[in-house]
Design a protein around this ligand. Sequence first.
Ligand code: CDM
Ligand code: ATP
Length: 289
Amino acid sequence: MNSITLPAPAKLNLFLHITGQRSDGYHTLQTLFQLLDFGDQLHYQRRQDEQITLQPDIPGVATEDNLIVRAARLLQGYAQQHRARVDLDNPPLGVDIHLDKRLPMGGGIGGGSSNAATTLLALNHLWGLQLDTDTLAELGRQLGADVPVFIRGKTAWAEGIGEQLQAVEMPEDWFLVLTPDCHVSTAEIFSHKDLTRGTSDITVAAFLEQGGHNDCQPLVRNLFPEVDSALEWLSRYGDAKMTGTGACVFAPFDDKASAEAVLAKAPDHLKGFVARGVNQSEVHQLLNR
Ligand SMILES: C[C@](O)(CO)[C@H](O)COP(=O)(O)OP(=O)(O)OC[C@H]1O[C@@H](n2ccc(N)nc2=O)[C@H](O)[C@@H]1O
Ligand SMILES: Nc1ncnc2c1ncn2[C@@H]1O[C@H](COP(=O)(O)OP(=O)(O)OP(=O)(O)O)[C@@H](O)[C@H]1O
């Protein structure tokens, strides 16, 4: 196989409870990662040398820092180390990558993390590495706390720092996601003195019955008026919440038409998209074919 095209789906955090902080600074949390059927698109073309290229650049993100390039380099290094001992005649591990970016950055919908996960999955396939899911998830974890859920490709309950995952079947609701025009830094929110860090653990059953909240939401609302006004507007039509550390906000709807009807009413400055919640990522469905 010489080329492959795969999506990089977005996720929503249906709730996000911060339950504590570890000695390394990372926060322990509970969340429900809901995968969506909407995202970026990536195309991978094998090269006959060991170079890794990415087009087009993301404005404001240096190529070396791009999670797509970092994921490709990490996998290349891992494969070179582990393959060399087995077979020196392997074809070169190089690739030209093309990115069609649709997801807003810093939106709390996991765009960068999903790009990284799709890249690990795609190159494992394209380069014929046959690494198992646990190995890919561990490589992904080194790139970001949100990468493993996209590697496993299932809507999931998460604990720990977000890496302990348990698949959960959710009703495949439709969501209206609004993308306020501001960029929220995850690191800034997690290091803020006013973040609530002591929410008690709940069970999956308790969440399914009573729901949950997002501990980052009050803080982000205070810091970013754009998020505050998006939440206020969407609350008129549904159960509006923020995802992750923001900036995106969302509400569930029974069907696509209802979600689209609300989006059509949004004031000009409020952009967004309608997507369906899925229990399995489209990436895995395509790779399994
Ligand atoms: C808040 C969530 O979006 C929920 O889905 C994620 O847990 C964030 O995951 P992510 O964007 O992949 O985060 P990373 O890139 O690993 O970390 C960004 C920064 O957020 C902080 N961070 C992240 C995850 C976590 N459980 N505790 C943290 O304190 C760390 O300061 C870290 O430097
Ligand atoms: N391929 C990429 N796509 C998006 N962002 C990237 C990428 N590579 C690096 N980044 C950097 O990562 C930052 C976070 O991007 P991302 O879109 O994952 O945010 P997010 O949606 O808030 O993610 P999360 O929900 O995982 O916190 C961006 O601001 C950008 O600087």
